[in-house]
Structure formats: structure tokens, C-alpha cells
Design a protein. Sequence first.
Length: 286
Amino acid sequence: MSILLISIILSSFLFTGFKWFDTQGIKLLPAIAGNYAACILTALVVNTWFPSGGPVSDDPAAIWICLGMGVLFFFTFYAMAYVSAYIGVGVSGASSKMSLIIPVLTGVCLFEKTFEPRLAISVVLALSAVILMTWTRGKRMNLRDLSIAFLVFLGSGIIDTAFGLIQALKLSGNLLNQEHIIYIFIGAGCSSLLYIAWKQRVLLRDFRSIGYGFLLGIPNYFSILVIFIAMASESFVFHKFFMINNTGVMLLSFFLGLIFFREKINLARGIGIIFAILSMYLILYR
């Protein structure tokens, strides 16, 4: 339970940090690149001080899986940033958090015989909470915007599902250990640098944005590490872990927005908060 709480806090801190970046005029792309550089360095330091297993080079399949996940990490995150900037934060939040349905349905189909009523009700409540807390009235989108929002939904769901399946199915032995995390961030960092060099090379000289992103990269690394630890502990079935985690991050991020950015709460968001809490209760206390 403590690992789950730490994961929710770190992920919420990350989202809040990038929202603060927007208020300070910090450019997102170089900040993302700096963030991944810090993640790689932090992974090297942590693995040196607290080694958890044998050499990664013995398992090249695991390396390629993690590098591929890293590429998906970057493009999903950048798509979320695009949606937030040009379509709306509410749409971005809904697209990423509604993705919890992908690991839930995958986990149920693979590891449970039936979709129990309690879980079904909690899924409905969680999705309803996301819509109520993030929907923007009167907001219209074109086909291109809808396509990018769908990519956020799909990418976020695939990442969460991949974390759980790799551990649950024991692909490449025990893949999810801290030595492998560095390869996820190497994939993400290289993708971000190549994309910036291709689209806006001048941003590579924005050292202010890179520096702020570097500071945020340290908690970002630990937010991934605690997910690895949670998956390895087998305290939660992976799809239920991500359902609780995503709903908790949405709730805490919303309250942090109320405190630090003076975001407003209305009747729909209030009902959404109640639904989110009920959804988590149904999963945690059964």
C-alpha cells in the first residue's frame, strides 16, 4: 500500500511540475530532453549504490523491449503536451486517464475467469469520474485533434499494460528490475533529442528549459522505479494496480491544481471526485 501511495504522489508531482513550467514560459520539448537526461544519470547512480541483479547485457531481448518502451514513452508524453497546449488540458487528462480501461480489460481477459460486478462498477465509476473532472463544456475538436487525443489514450494504455504483462508473464525472466529502467529512459531520451534536432534544433540551446527539466527528471525516475517495485512485489494484480494508480493520480493532481494554480471546482467536478473515491474504495476494500 505504501508503494502505491508513493507512486501516486510522485506521478502527481510530475504532472504538477510540468503545469508549473507552462506558467513560467519554460518550453516543453527541451524540458522533456533534460528530464530524460536526469533520469538516465539518476538510474546510473541508483544502480551503482543499490544493485538489484545480474548484468543486463546477458539479456538483449530485454534491452530491446525497454528501448522500444522508451520511444513510446516520449511520443505519448509529447502527444499529451500537444493536446494540453492546443486542444485543452481537460481533453489531455481524459485521454490519458481513460486509458486505464486497456490494462483493466487486458488483465481480466488473461488472468481472471469473469469480469466480476464489483470491478465492473469501479471501472464505470472511474471513467465517469475522469469525464466529469476533465470535460470542457462547448469544446469542439476536428478530426486531426481527435486522432492525436486517441493516440494519447492508446499510448498510455499500452505503456501501462506492457509494464504489467512483462512482469506477470515473466518475459525475459524477471525483466522489471532497476538495471533495465535505464534503457527505457535511453530510448525516450534519444527519441526526444532526435525529434528536437529534426523539428526545432534551436531548442537544444535553451539551457534554462533543459535545466528545469533536469530537476524534474529525478522524481520522474523514482516514479517509474516504484512501479517496477510494485509490479515485482505481486501485492496487486497489475490491472487493478494501474486502475487505482491512475485514479489516485487524477485526484491528487486535481487537488494540487486547486491549491497551487487556483483551479475552480464545480458541481460536475465535485461529483467526479466522489465517483473516483468510490471507485478506489471498491478495489481496495473487497
